[in-house]
Design a protein around this ligand. Structure first.
Ligand code: CIR
Length: 261
């Protein structure tokens, strides 16, 4: 269960966010509206949401997930792989220091984005990507093991982040897309395989029951609903334009004493 979440208001500069998508520039007003709905959905799932003010210096700062890894035992401040995003961590670190007794840090020359870290029970999968290097992944694995968690590294070739292509729903249910479908690390799961046309919506999040899914991906939505999950659809068009998905928009803090989404 999750008890609270941290999000960050959309900056007007989001139009200059880093992107590999060819979908045009995000519209600030629309993005604000989509973000408000996102916060509303988290609240509907029972989370207390802390909303940090927009920071115009950082066009990608709405994607707060990349700045840290949060567990029920400690928080780890990341060191984002994109140099222009590094300063985003300071504000988040302040907030986490007020919430956690144990705050750890990834240090240079290790670089890590929170989007590369997937928790499944007491185990963490850490993606090796253009943003997260082996040095940081190993730093994180050592920190997590020190708190009694397991950790393993997953090499990626194409996805921006590990969670671009995989989401854990609970039990044995894993939503998986693209290069991760055949990855040995995820062999033991009961997979919901996302078709290439719907790849964007592999980045979904289960929050205390319901699964939040990007709107407009009917096939995947149905497959998730068939497993018995309540699905909440959210319009994500403006964030998709800058390579952002549902998980990226929040840090979701597990309630003390255990973890299941
Ligand atoms: C970036 O390239 O860093 C942002 N435009 C998108 C970050 C998305 N974050 C995530 O998948 N965790």
């Amino acid at each position: 269960m999750f008890s609270e979440a941290i999000v960050r208001t959309v900056p007007r500069t989001i139009e200059a966010g880093i992107t590999s998508a060819n979908l045009g520039r995000p519209d600030y007003e629309k993005a604000r509206e989509q973000h408000d709905h996102y916060v509303g959905a988290l609240e509907r799932c029972g989370l207390e949401v802390t909303v940090l003010g927009a920071d115009e210096r950082y066009p990608d700062s709405v994607f707060v997930e990349d700045t840290a890894v949060v567990t029920d035992r400690c928080a780890i401040v990341a060191n984002p792989g994109a140099e222009r995003r590094r300063g985003e961590v300071h504000e988040v670190e302040k907030v986490l220091s007020g919430l956690y007794e144990n705050v750890e840090r990834i240090t240079s020359s290790g670089t890590l984005d929170g989007g590369d870290v997937l928790q499944v029970g007491d185990h963490f999968y850490i993606g090796l990507t253009r943003r997260t290097n082996r040095e940081a992944a190993e730093q994180l694995a050592v920190i997590l093991r020190g708190y009694g968690f397991g950790a393993s590294l997953v090499g990626l070739r194409r996805f921006l982040h590990l969670k671009t292509g995989v989401a854990y729903l609970g039990g044995d249910d894993l939503v998986v897309a693209g290069e991760l479908v055949a990855n040995d690390e995820f062999e033991c799961f009961d997979k919901i395989i996302v078709t290439p046309e719907e790849e964007y919506c592999a980045n979904c999040i289960r929050v205390n029951g319901p699964v939040l899914v990007a709107a407009g991906y009917e096939n995947t939505k149905e497959k998730i609903a068939e497993r018995g999950y309540e699905v909440i659809e959210l319009e994500m068009s403006e964030f998709r334009k800058v390579d952002g998905g549902l998980s990226c928009l929040s840090l979701r803090l597990p309630a003390p004493g255990g973890w299941e989404p």
